[in-house]
Design a protein around this ligand. Structure first.
Ligand code: NAD
Length: 621
C-alpha cells in the first residue's frame, strides 16, 4: 500500500543532528524505494557520533513533491527552541515540524484534504509509534492533501561512518533465527523510544520498594532465582544454543555459571560493608547506596551469561534494571525475566526491552532517569555510549573488544599449550571478547608448536550445536560471516571443514602473521587465529602489549619467576598462566586500554552499582 515510498530521489536532508552540529550534510544519498511498504536508505557521512531518529526529509518523486518527517513533540520542542533565531532554509516550501504526537492524524489547513480523506485514513491505519516518525506527504501535483503516513523511521549506525534510515508502515517485528539452520525461532515486536521510556518508568516506580527491602529478603529472592535457573537449566541452555548457534555443552556450562552468579550475589547482599572513619567532633560512616535505575546493554555472543554478570550485582545493591539484549539473541533474557517474576522478584525490578541499539540503547544512554549504563559490546559502540552518557553525567562501565595474546615460551609444556590453544580461540566460534586470537610463540619452538596446533585444530568437532559432541558451531549471521571471511587473504596455514548446507558456517582457520598485519590488529570475532613468532621475553611482552586492547591473555612457561614477571608486564585486565581460563564468578573481570573500564564479577562488581555516601555524626553537645 505504501507506494508513497516509491521515491526516486531524495532531494535534500536536514537533520536535527545537523543543526546540533553533530551531523554534517550527507555527501551521497541513494534511495531504495519500493512499493512493499518498507524502505531503507543509507547515507554516508564521515563524523556521526550519535543516533537519533530525527530527520526532516524533503523528497522529490514522480508523484510526490514533498515528504516531510514530523517529529515527536518532545523533539520538536527542542528543535523549535534551537530554531527560534534561525532563518528557514531558502529551498523550503512548507513549514515542516509540527510537533504533534504521532498517533493523532493531522492535515494541513485548506489543502482540500477531504477529497482524499479515504486514502489518507487508509494510509493512516498502519502502526503509530512515538518512537518513530511520521512522514507528512504533500502531493503538489494534485494540489492535494497532506496525509500523515504513520511510519517507524529509525536512524541507526553502521560503523561510525554511515547512518541508515529505515522506515516502515508496519509494526517493526524482529525475526529471531537459529544461525545453524537459518530457521526462524521467534517473531517479536521491537520496542521503540516509547516502550523504552515505559520500562524506565516501571523500573523507577519499583526502585523505592526494592531498595528498602531487607537485605535478607533480597538475598532470598536472588537465591530463588538462582535455583529456578538451575531447575530450568536444560531449557535455557537449549534456547541459548539455538539462538546463538553455540554447542549445547558450552551453553549448559554458561547457564550453570548464570545460576552461580545469582547464588554468589545473593550471598553478597549483606557483605558489602561500609566503614567507620574517626574524625574530630564525631564519627563518619560510609554507606553504599544504590544508583537507582540502571540500563544494562548486552551483546549477542554470551547473552544470558553477560546479562547475569550485570544483573547479579545491580539487583543485589538494590537497583532496578532495564536490560537490552542484542537484537539477534533476545530469547534467553526474556525467559530469565519470566523466571525472575516466578522467583518473586517484584514487577518492574527487572525489565527486558527488545529493540535496536540505536533506538532502545541510545534512549537508555540518554534517558535522564537512568543512573548508569553497564555496556558490553564493541569498542566502537562503547565510544558512542560514553559520549551519549556525558549529557547526563551518567555512570558508565564498559566491557569492550579484545585482541588477546596467548604467549607460549619455548620452555612450556608445548603439547599442553597446543592442545588447549584451539579452545581459547575457537570456543563460541571465536565470537569471544577473551579469544586468545594472537598466538605468540617463541621462535625456537615455533615449528613444533605449529605442527601440534594444527593437529589439535584438526581434532575440533565442528557441527550441529545440539549434538553433545560438538565443539564449534556456526557464526551468528551471514553478515558477520562475510566480515570474518574478509580478514583471511590467500591460503591460510590451516583451514578446517564445516557442514554443508544451511547455517552461517566458517571453518577454524590458522594463519601466519606479524603483529603489524590487520589480522593481528583488529578483532576478528570469528574462528581465525594468527600465529606470530617472537624472540625472547622482552619481545613477547612488547608484542603482547602492542595492541589498543587489553582484555585477556595467557602465558605458558615452566619458569615461575618469568611467568610472574610477564604477567605483571602485560597490560591486560585478566590473565592466566599455563591455562586459558581466566573468568570466574568470584574474581574481577574487565579490561585495560580500549577494552573498557570497570569490573564485573566478584565483589569488585558491587562498586560499579553503588555510590559511596559519607555521613558525619556529631558527638558534641
Ligand atoms: P555491539 O557493540 O554491536 O552491540 C552490543 C549491544 O549494544 C547490543 O545490544 C546492541 O544492540 C547495542 N547497541 C548498538 N548500538 C548502540 C548504540 N548506539 N547505543 C547503545 N547501544 C547500542 O556488539 P556485538 O556485536 O553485539 O558484540 C560483539 C562485541 O562485543 C565484540 O567487540 C566483543 O569483543 C564485545 N564483547 C565484549 C565483552 C567483554 O566483556 N569485554 C564480552 C562479550 C563481547
Amino acid at each position: 500500500m505504501l507506494e508513497l515510498l516509491n521515491l526516486q530521489r531524495l532531494h535534500r536532508v536536514h537533520g536535527w543532528l545537523h543543526r546540533r552540529g553533530r551531523l554534517g550534510r550527507p555527501r551521497a544519498l541513494s534511495f531504495c524505494g519500493g512499493s512493499g511498504g518498507e524502505c531503507r536508505q543509507q547515507l554516508r557521512h564521515p563524523s556521526i557520533v550519535l543516533g537519533e531518529a530525527l530527520l526532516e526529509l524533503e523528497l522529490e518523486t514522480g508523484l510526490l513533491r514533498h515528504a516531510l518527517v514530523e517529529l515527536p513533540a518532545r523533539v520538536a520542542d527542542h528543535v523549535a527552541d534551537q530554531d527560534a533565531d534561525r532563518e528557514p532554509p531558502e529551498e523550503r516550501r512548507e513549514p515542516v515540524v509540527r510537533g504533534n504526537r504521532p498517533g493523532s492524524a493531522q492535515r494541513a489547513e485548506g489543502d482540500g484534504a477531504d477529497q482524499h480523506a479515504g486514502e489518507c485514513a487508509d494510509r493512516d491505519s498502519g502502526t503509530s509509534d512515538s518512537a518513530g516518525l511520521r512522514l507528512v506527504v504533500r502531493d503538489e501535483r494534485l494540489d492535494g492533501p497532506v496525509c500523515l503516513v504513520p511510519l517507524r523511521c529509525h536512524v541507526f549506525f553502521i560503523g561510525l561512518r554511515s547512518v541508515a534510515l529505515e522506515c516502515s508502515n508496519r509494526p517493526v517485528t524482529l525475526t529471531v533465527i537459529n544461525p545453524a539452520t537459518e530457521a526462524p525461532l521467534a517473531q517479536l515486536e521491537q520496542a521503540g523510544v516509547e516502550e523504552t521510556d515505559g520500562a524506565v518508568l516501571r523500573a523507577k516506580a519499583a526502585f523505592p520498594a526494592w531498595r528498602a527491602l531487607a537485605a535478607a529478603d533480597r538475598a532470598r529472592l536472588l537465591r530463588r532465582l538462582a535455583t529456578l535457573v538451575e531447575e530450568h537449566g536444560e531449557e535455557l541452555a537449549r534456547l541459548e544454543s539455538r539462538n546463538v548457534g553455540k554447542p549445547i555443552g558450552g551453553a549448559r556450562g554458561e547457564v550453570g555459571m548464570v545460576a552461580q552468579v545469582f547464588h554468589f550475589y545473593a550471598g553478597a547482599v549483606d557483605k558489602h560493608y561500609g566503614e567507620t572513619i574517626p574524625v574530630a567532633g564525631g564519627e563518619a560512616f560510609t554507606f553504599r547506596e544504590p544508583l537507582g535505575v540502571v540500563g544494562l546493554i548486552v551483546p549477542w555472543n554470551f547473552p544470558l551469561n553477560i546479562a547475569s554478570w550485570k544483573l547479579g550485582p545491580a539487583l543485589t545493591m538494590g537497583n532496578t534494571v532495564v536490560l537490552k539484549p542484542a537484537e539477534l539473541t533476545p530469547l534467553s533474557t526474556l525467559r530469565l525475566a519470566e523466571l525472575a517474576l516466578e522467583a518473586g522478584i517484584p514487577e518492574g525490578v527487572l525489565n527486558v526491552v527488545v529493540g535496536k541499539g540505536s533506538i532502545v540503547g541510545t534512549r537508555l544512554v540518554e534517558h535522564p532517569d537512568v543512573a548508569k549504563i553497564a555496556f558490553t559490546g564493541s569498542t566502537e559502540v562503547g565510544r558512542l555510549v560514553m559520549s551519549g552518557a556525558a549529557g547526563t553525567i551518567k555512570r558508565v562501565t564498559l566491557e569492550l573488544g579484545g585482541k588477546s595474546g596467548n604467549v607460549v615460551f619455548a620452555d612450556a609444556d608445548l603439547e599442553r599449550a597446543a592442545a588447549a590453544a584451539p579452545y581459547a580461540v575457537f570456543d563460541n566460534a571465536g565470537q569471544d571478547c577473551c579469544a586468545r586470537s594472537r598466538i605468540l610463540v617463541e621462535r625456537s619452538a615455533y615449528d613444533r608448536f605449529a605442527e601440534l596446533l594444527i593437529q589439535a585444530t584438526e581434532a575440533l568437532k565442528v557441527g550441529d550445536p545440539e549434538d553433545d559432541e560438538t565443539e564449534m558451531g556456526p557464526l551468528i549471521s551471514a553478515a558477520h560471516r562475510a566480515t570474518v571471511a574478509g580478514f583471511v587473504d590467500g591460503e591460510p596455514l590451516y583451514r578446517g571443514r564445516t557442514p554443508a548446507g544451511k547455517g552461517f558456517w566458517y571453518p577454524p582457520t590458522l594463519v601466519e602473521a606479524t603483529n603489524d598485519d590487520r589480522i593481528a590488529r583488529e578483532e576478528v570475532f570469528g574462528p581465525v587465529a594468527a600465529l606470530i613468532p617472537f624472540a625472547g621475553e622482552a619481545e613477547a611482552v612488547r608484542l603482547a602489549n602492542d595492541t589498543p586492547y587489553g582484555l585477556s591473555g595467557s602465558i605458558w612457561t615452566r619458569d615461575g619467576a618469568r611467568a610472574l614477571r610477564v604477567a605483571r608486564a602485560i597490560d591486560t585486565g585478566v590473565l592466566s598462566v599455563n591455562s586459558n581460563s581466566s573468568v570466574r564468578v568470584t574474581t574481577p573481570f574487565g579490561g585495560f586500554k580500549q577494552s573498557g573500564f570497570g569490573r564485573e564479577l566478584g565483589m569488585h562488581a558491587l562498586d560499579g552499582y553503588s555510590e559511596v555516601k559519607s555521613v558525619f555524626f556529631s558527638t558534641e553537645g
